[in-house]
Ligand binder design. Structure first.
Ligand code: PBG
Length: 327
């Protein structure tokens, strides 16, 4: 054959392949979501997330220390609370003496160089299991903003570096930005869950936190998986309202949305590789149907290639261990 273009020439050796590799992924791109429970000396594996645990405060510090040594330095902490701490107004979410806020402060004190992200939403603290105030079966928007603003300020006081509103109420980025600024926290960033879809991929997470809605679903605030332009609208609003990062969630089934945001906005884009995506990989690997390690690497790479600057992933520690083993 008389071929002028032979793309295989650029694949001929490992060294050449590495030379022309278009996308890289590094541990520093990853944020590790981590689950906190009440009590002491507790480490419980989440049944649908092999390798992922819910830690009491003392053991959570230990886990963070191990991660830091591996180069995982960014964490997103989620609390799992007993039913008696929950109420309609998610009061516990803004309790400076509560386990969540105390632990955030403890992490920052022990690991000042870590980057600490927090979750702003009512569901872990809400007796209704929803991300907003519920009245007569409806999720109230504007009234919920007050609750979110208070949560964000208390988290910032505890030392949070990045506030992560995961609630999908309208106007929350602006409201939270204003609340933070009014309290003097102009340096605290906001990573908005911009395009958060009403997804069945959150199942294992809701098991881990026991945070499933007590009635109905989240479709009046989380987005319809069928919609793409709506993600651009959400992104325009969050950008205009002052978000520092725009997030797409879930990630794997929404790579097109990640690319859309990457092409249209000048701030970092993040992707949340959610609990159900992690569970699928682990389940198939346990059965011996897929090579779990290779799938992890390919999956994270696909998100970077789609345009994610930052990835929130339960694979963060495992990825860092892989890097260590292969250097
Ligand atoms: C809730 C919240 C959810 C996740 C992060 N924050 C679940 C939900 O919206 O019901 C899901 C994360 C995951 O599945 O890994 N505010």
């Amino acid at each position: 054959m008389d071929l002028l273009r032979r793309p295989r020439r650029n694949r001929k050796s490992e060294t050449v392949r590495q030379m022309v590799q278009e996308t890289q992924i590094s541990t520093s791109n990853l944020i590790f979501p981590i689950f906190l429970i009440e009590g002491n000396n507790k480490k419980e594996e989440v049944p649908s997330m092999p390798g992922i645990y819910r830690y009491s405060q003392d053991l959570l510090y230990k886990e963070i220390e191990e991660c830091m040594e591996l180069g995982v330095k960014s964490f997103d902490v989620f609390p799992s609370l007993s039913e008696d701490k929950k109420d309609k107004m998610a009061t516990e979410g803004a309790n400076p003496e509560g386990i969540y806020i105390k632990t955030l402060a403890g992490i920052k004190e022990r690991f000042p160089e870590s980057c600490l992200m927090t979750d702003v939403a009512m569901d872990p603290y809400s007796s209704d299991g929803h991300d907003g105030i519920v009245e007569n079966g409806e999720i109230l928007n504007d009234e919920t903003l007050e609750v979110l603003g208070k949560m964000a300020v208390v988290q910032a006081q505890a030392g949070a570096d990045i506030i992560g509103p995961s609630d999908m109420m309208d106007g929350r980025v602006e409201f939270i930005r204003q609340s933070l600024d009014d309290a003097g926290f102009t340096k605290t960033s906001i990573m908005s869950y911009t395009a958060k879809y009403a997804s069945a991929y959150y199942g294992p997470f809701r098991d881990a936190l026991d945070s499933a809605p007590k009635f109905g679903d989240k479709k009046t605030y989380q987005m319809d998986p069928a919609n793409r332009k709506e993600a651009l609208l959400e992104a325009e609003l969050d950008f205009a309202e002052g978000a520092d990062f725009l997030m797409v969630k879930p990630a794997l089934a929404y790579l097109d949305i990640i690319r859309d945001l990457k092409n249209n906005f000048e701030i970092p884009i993040s992707a949340y590789n959610v609990s159900g995506e992690y569970a699928m990989v682990k389940a198939a690997a346990e059965k011996g149907w897929l090579d779990g390690e290779k799938i992890m690497l390919e999956t994270l790479m696909s998100m970077r290639r789609a345009g994610a600057d930052v990835i929130l992933t339960y694979h963060a520690k495992e990825f860092a261990q892989w890097v260590k083993k292969h250097r």
